[in-house]
Ligand binder design. Structure first.
Ligand code: SF4
Ligand code: SF4
Ligand code: SF4
Ligand code: FES
Length: 952
């Protein structure tokens, strides 16, 4: 955990069951068949010199440094490309080998700058190391001949440099971009002496297809590709393993440190979710954690028109507690509540819901998962019996047909997308169901067999028509259904989807997808081998989000695609800890482990552990809190790590509700949009400043480890504890591990989870209990968690959000790789270089009709509100559909989205809003008001009074 350098065995692990024994320099070594001689040697502590090999990449055999002598074999083979064989006798050292290696090294060094002492790679340069290993003492060729020492640097990427003068053309970067990342942005151009690394068609890295994942930087054995932070700060002296705080992939990283200062983030090759890979956010977009905008002192104010006043922690906590008590005394116990966030750790989220249930004395707690994956919990629990995805990420490597519905993995879950692309390049088939042409539809060496370009809002119609084909064409896996599922529910479902109204031909008019294409896709999914479904918010954020999740589960059960590797139903969770925040009981109706608050036995268990009596009635969901606030019944809110004023739909409705409250306490890193309506600000801590755990989209619990002290004195869990104590509900944890111990004690799926066990295993996929002591990579093996799988009827009900002459287009929303949700973190990094504003994508046909050209300002009006964005004209979207991202508050994407929501869970219908788009010349009225309000709040932050502002 504290080591800086991970050991690299030179070529990738082979996991075959057949073992081979050989002799290397007189040592006997036994390894799986297919292992390279180089790796076998390394595993027996025999180091063979190497330059072009690394265990992250398949061997290439270009540098000739790793030659060995093998008895009975002609010549001197490269150990990186030579597989082991039974009885093989290998010699890695002799005079001839030493001479060849020195000769090779001499050639490299004769065209390499000798500025080792000032080079950023000094101390971890493999070229330098190998020069030492082979005993290079002179360079006979001198430096006067043709060389590359003056080759120009490419500094275009904000996070790394490319110094061509130091390149040894080992092609590790090219292979990393191909094999690990799957972007294929790099090539080796030219031949022999003229060979150089080139990004795209000889462009700068920034202008090329490069997505700045950093895999090439990590693979480079020299200083050619180097992180700018490393060049600036020098090498780290220790490292600590932790987990990325961005998306639901949950990549493991080594935070490389100089004391309390972060030098760089290096993806951990032992990371079970990422296997040494990363994306631009996790590796590079870390600057927000130490950004000058961070608020490090607690603040209070009476009214939101007052200037903020910095106060001591004691005063802030005391004031917050007094206000909450005052409100409850005046308006009743249910007049306050709390919201936690999927950005928080499990332990923090657990404490917030405990504070609300035990300290506030009600169940008014909710989480941002309400607005993303709450339908997943509902839909999967009711069909399969567990509210979570069925597989681990590695399972995709066994999939034969991959069905991606309403997800954009290359932007939203980039590291998993790279793994998926690897499988697709190996030959798995791809079906994409999405209104928009996401990158996965056509990307280097990958083309979707079917792109079902459905109209937004018609998911359920599509899933029913896919099911119709499977049922009516005899493609149901009868044995699986008979043994594993409820017969009665299956029969009802089968009869329902077989109805003519659900046929692709009948549904074509609704979905817009040609019936023949639906039929072909259904046949491929049902008969193409292991079928795996991956879905995202394009499934859940609809008025029928829960219905669609059930439809997906039905389809997987009917085709026998659950309960083993390579198949399953896999929700791609958006944020780092969406799964965890749901697991931790942050919904108003459920305790940790998805147990209903009305269950007397469960409640008694929590009452015993927490020492209070608890309520058996579900509390308010976020939208109900807003309604109650506008009705005058809900007056106080504690928000930890969530920005509802930007992320929730119908912004004007949300801000009206916030304005109607008497005490809003915001705990966050920055003065976010919600904090502009707050009365108490409690500084939050970044993931680098605390211990805890995150649970990723695979149910994988991973440790978050403190690498620096909290910049504002307290980690978030400590702040919640201070508030609980001030309210008179005692909490006395001294470390988050104690919180996890309590979670484990009270949550059956977490029984055997502890920090010790996490340290031992690296990460754990729940359930982890006596039946599954090592965790559970694949769920529903043998039987479903609920016993028999249950088919549920999924009648298609069109959304109430209709297009008409006034609002003829449908707006749908999504994310982009370089930004993350409300953008509070990524907007405070160089990632803005890739995406500095949200734009609206519009089809050329719709643009032309409206006289809109690329870059024009476009007014977008819906029934909820209007905003103005600049146009991007593209055929990625279909005619009649426009698309935007929501990473910048001033874009006001959620000013347009409506209050429509999923019938079962209230998850907002972000993906379907009827709008009109027109060419305009100035910001919308809302945007003008927003700018004014923001300027005022920023001035109030600096201490100016409203009166002073009024006179400015
Ligand atoms: S940073 Fe990633 S995408 Fe860019 S060239 Fe390197 S490996 Fe390829
Ligand atoms: S940039 Fe680095 S990894 Fe790529 S070819 Fe040059 S030395 Fe090798
Ligand atoms: S894929 Fe997700 S978890 Fe991994 S580095 Fe990127 S943002 Fe972080
Ligand atoms: S390390 Fe084997 S040929 Fe380069």
């Amino acid at each position: 955990m504290l080591s800086i350098v991970e050991h690299d065995h030179g070529t990738p692990l082979r996991e075959g069951t057949k073992l081979v024994t050989l002799s290397i320099d007189g040592r006997e070594v036994t390894v799986p068949e297919g292992t390279s001689v180089m790796r076998a040697a390394s595993l027996s502590d025999v180091k063979i010199p190497k330059l072009c090999a690394t265990e992250q990449l398949e061997a290439f055999g270009s540098c000739r440094m790793c030659l060995v002598q093998i008895e009975g074999m002609k010549g001197l083979p490269a150990s990186c490309t030579t597989p082991v064989a039974q009885g093989m006798v290998v010699h890695t050292q002799n005079a001839q080998l030493a001479q060849i290696r020195r000769g090779v090294m001499e050639l490299y060094i004769s065209d390499h700058p000798l500025d080792c002492l000032t080079c950023p790679a000094n101390g971890h340069c493999e070229l330098q190391d190998m020069a030492g290993v082979v005993g290079l003492r002179e360079v006979r060729y001198g430096y006067a001949g043709a060389n590359h020492l003056d080759a120009p640097k490419d500094e275009s990427n904000p996070y790394f440099t490319f110094d061509a003068s130091k390149c040894i053309v080992c092609s590790r970067c090219v292979r990393a971009c191909d094999e690990q990342q799957g972007t294929l942005a790099l090539t080796i151009q030219g031949r022999g002496f003229d060979s150089t690394v080139s990004a795209s068609q000889n462009e700068s890295f920034m202008a090329s297809e490069c997505v700045s994942c950093g895999a090439c930087v990590q693979a480079c054995p020299t200083a050619t590709l180097s992180e700018k932070s490393l060049i600036e700060k020098g090498q780290a002296e220790h490292s600590i393993t932790t987990t990325c705080a961005y998306c639901g992939v949950g990549c493991s990283f080594r935070a490389e440190m100089q004391g309390e200062e972060l030098v760089r983030m290096v993806p951990n090759s032992d990371g079970h979710a990422n296997h040494g890979h990363s994306c631009v956010k996790g590796r590079f977009a870390i600057g927000y954690a130490t950004h000058a905008d961070r608020i490090l002192k607690p603040m209070i104010r009476e009214r939101i028109t007052d200037p903020w006043r910095e106060v001591s922690w004691e005063e802030a906590i005391g004031h917050a507690a007094a206000e909450l008590k005052r409100i409850q005394a005046k308006y009743g116990r249910n007049s306050i509540g709390g919201i936690t966030s999927s950005r928080c750790t499990n332990e923090e989220t657990y404490l917030v819901q405990k504070l609300v249930r035990a300290g506030f004395g009600n169940n008014n707690v909710d989480t941002c998962a309400r607005v993303c994956h709450s339908p997943t919990g509902y839909g999967l629990k009711n069909t399969l019996g567990e509210s979570a995805g069925t597989q681990n990420f590695d399972s995709v490597m066994q999939a034969d047909v991959i069905l991606v519905i309403g997800a954009n993995p290359t932007d939203g879950h980039p590291v998993f997308a790279s793994q998926m692309k690897r499988r697709l390049r190996q030959g798995a088939k791809l079906i994409v169901a999405d209104p928009r042409r996401i990158d996965l539809v056509r990307t280097p060496h990958i083309a979707a067999t079917h792109h079902l370009k459905l109209r937004p809002g018609t998911n359920v119609a599509l899933i029913n028509s896919l099911a119709h084909v499977i049922v009516t064409e005899g493609l149901v896996q009868e044995d699986f259904v008979r043994e594993r599922c409820e017969a009665d529910s299956f029969e009802k479902w089968r009869d329902f989807v077989a109805l003519e109204k659900n046929s692709p031909e009948a549904m074509q008019a609704i979905t817009g997808v040609p019936a023949a294409e639906v039929r072909a896709a259904a046949r491929l999914y049902a008969t193409g081998g292991n079928g795996a479904i991956y879905y995202g918010l394009g499934v859940t954020e609809h008025s029928q989000g829960s219905t669609m999740v059930m439809g997906i589960a039905n389809l997987a059960m009917a085709t026998g695609n659950v309960g083993r590797e390579g198949v399953g139903v896999n929700p791609l969770r958006g944020q780092n800890n969406v799964q965890g925040s749901c697991d931790m009981g942050s919904f108003p109706h459920e305790f940790p482990g998805y147990r209903h608050v009305s269950d007397d036995q469960v409640r008694a268990r929590f009452e015993g552990a927490w020492g209070v009596s608890l309520h058996g009635e579900p509390g308010l969901r976020i939208p109900n809190m807003f309604e109650a606030a506008l009705d005058g019944d809900f007056k106080g809110l504690y928000i930890e790590g969530e920005d509802i004023a930007q992320s929730d739909p119908n912004t004007q409705h949300v801000t009206a509700a916030l304005s109607a409250m008497e005490c809003i306490i915001v705990q966050d890193l920055f003065l976010n949009e919600s904090a502009k309506f707050a009365h108490v600000f409690l500084p939050g801590s970044s993931f680098l400043e605390k211990d805890g755990t995150f649970t990723n989209a695979e149910r994988r619990i991973s440790r978050v480890r403190k690498v620096m002290e909290p910049k504002a004195r307290y980690a978030d869990w400590e702040t919640t504890q201070l508030l609980a104590n001030a309210l008179g509900y005692p909490m006395s944890y001294t470390h988050p591990s104690q919180i996890m111990d309590e979670i484990a004690q009270l949550t059956p799926t977490f029984t055997n989870v502890s920090y010790e066990r996490l340290d031992e295993l690296g990460s754990i996929q729940w359930p982890c209990n006596d039946q599954h002591p090592q965790g559970t990579p694949t769920m529903h093996v043998g039987q479903f968690v609920r016993g028999k799988g249950k088919f549920l009827l999924t009648e298609y009900v069109p959304t109430a959000e209709k297009v008409n002459a006034r609002y003829p287009l449908i707006l749908t929303t999504g994310r982009i790789l370089s930004q993350y949700n409300v953008g509070a973190q990524t907007r405070r990094t160089e990632n803005n270089r890739w995406h500095e504003e949200d734009r609206v994508e519009i089809h050329p046909h719709d643009a032309e009709e409206r006289g809109i050209a690329e870059g024009d300002w476009v007014g977008i009006a819906s029934r909820a509100g209007d905003t103005v964005l600049r146009a991007r004209i593209t055929e990625r979207v279909q005619p009649g559909v426009i698309y935007t991202t929501f990473h910048f508050p001033e874009s006001g994407a959620n000013v347009i989205t409506t209050d429509n929501s999923d019938w079962a869970t209230n998850c907002p219908e972000y993906k379907v809003t009827a709008v009109q788009a027109t060419r305009v010349t100035q910001p919308s009225e809302w945007q003008k008001r927003f700018r004014e309000f923001t300027d005022t709040q920023e001035a109030l932050l600096k201490g100016a009074g409203a009166e002073a502002l009024a006179g400015k």
